[in-house]
Design a protein around this ligand. Structure first.
Ligand SMILES: Cc1cc2nc3c(=O)[nH]c(=O)nc-3n(C[C@H](O)[C@H](O)[C@H](O)COP(=O)(O)OP(=O)(O)OC[C@H]3O[C@@H](n4cnc5c(N)ncnc54)[C@H](O)[C@@H]3O)c2cc1C
Length: 258
């Protein structure tokens, strides 16, 4: 049942962690933007002080949830995930205490249509995330084929507090290496003293920081469903965007985490 091993863990904050997981069978082929299900049995320990569970899961039953892959397929050894610990979450209250060497379940089949498949090389990418919704975009920009010679890539990362800006060193190093890359971090609950952008992701669309052209710019939205609903409504009604699906390809790609 448990077919993978934790090989790395970085605690970004007490509620946010980066986890590296090595499947026994090796990392299968996948496309940046896809996800796998991770799982632990009900018997796995929860973090100390976790709130009681209304209905305790059966000890031998796997609790499984979807997680976007944050690593590039070029990293053959392990998957990387960026995970928010939900205090009373069934799985994440257990993932909160895993450490290198621990075993867990990783679904052998990688799935998802939140990918760059079919997007012309000369179309720009506007990758908009809240919280851990940054993960699929890390996979995309860590993958060399994403960087075509004629496209601009923008990453928007909305968080609550400035300490939640995971991957900011890596993203800033992309900024210094790539002229066609823009990184727009924005924090909604930053203290007065914070000198960066303050507010919600939606504000960047309203104040003109992000100018979109539906003919050339593909927009990807990932994370908090309220952010996605707001922007989906605005981009489809005001800017002529159409939501992408496998059957009906469009230029607005959405991945809601809950
Ligand atoms: C396609 C897909 C990809 C996903 N990828 C990621 C990922 O890369 N990283 C990640 O952290 N989560 C991701 N999620 C969410 C993840 O699957 C779980 O829902 C989440 O970890 C909570 O599981 P849980 O069992 O601890 O909580 P549950 O007991 O299932 O409680 C669910 C509740 O937790 C809250 N919640 C869920 N996800 C988050 C979150 N990310 N941040 C804050 N609150 C949340 C919501 O209120 C939700 O109703 C993804 C979801 C989908 C559908």
């Amino acid at each position: 049942m448990l077919n993978s091993t934790v090989v790395g863990r970085v605690d970004v904050t007490p509620e946010l962690m980066i986890l590296q997981v090595k499947p026994d069978a090796g990392v299968p082929p996948f496309q940046p933007g896809q996800y796998v299900a991770l799982g632990l049995p009900g018997s796995a320990p929860r973090y100390p002080g976790a709130p009681g569970e209304a209905e305790a899961p059966a000890a031998d039953k796997l609790i499984k949830r979807a997680y976007s892959i944050g690593s590039s397929p070029a990293v053959g050894e392990y998957f990387e995930f960026y995970i928010a610990i939900v205090p009373d979450g069934a799985l994440t209250s257990r993932l909160a205490v895993v450490k290198p060497g621990d075993r867990l379940f990783a679904q052998p089949k990688v799935t998802g249509t939140f990918t760059l498949e079919g997007i012309p090389d000369d179309h720009n990418l506007v990758l908009v995330s809240t919280g851990t919704g940054l993960a699929p975009f890390m996979s995309m920009i860590r993958t060399p084929t994403t960087w075509t010679s004629s496209r601009k890539i923008t990453i928007v990362h909305g968080v609550r507090y400035p300490q939640d800006f995971a991957y900011s060193d890596e993203l800033n190093s992309f900024v210094s290496q790539r002229a066609a890359f823009e990184y727009l971090p924005i924090a909604s609950r930053a203290p007065e003293s914070f000198s960066g952008r303050k507010g919600r992701v939606q504000a960047l669309f309203e104040d003109g920081s992000l100018q979109l052209n539906a003919a050339t710019d593909h927009v990807f939205l990932c994370g908090n469903p309220a952010m996605i609903d707001d922007l989906e409504r605005d981009l489809t009604t005001k800017l002529g965007y159409t939501v992408h699906s496998k059957k009906a390809p469009g230029n607005l790609h959405v991945e809601k985490y809950w």
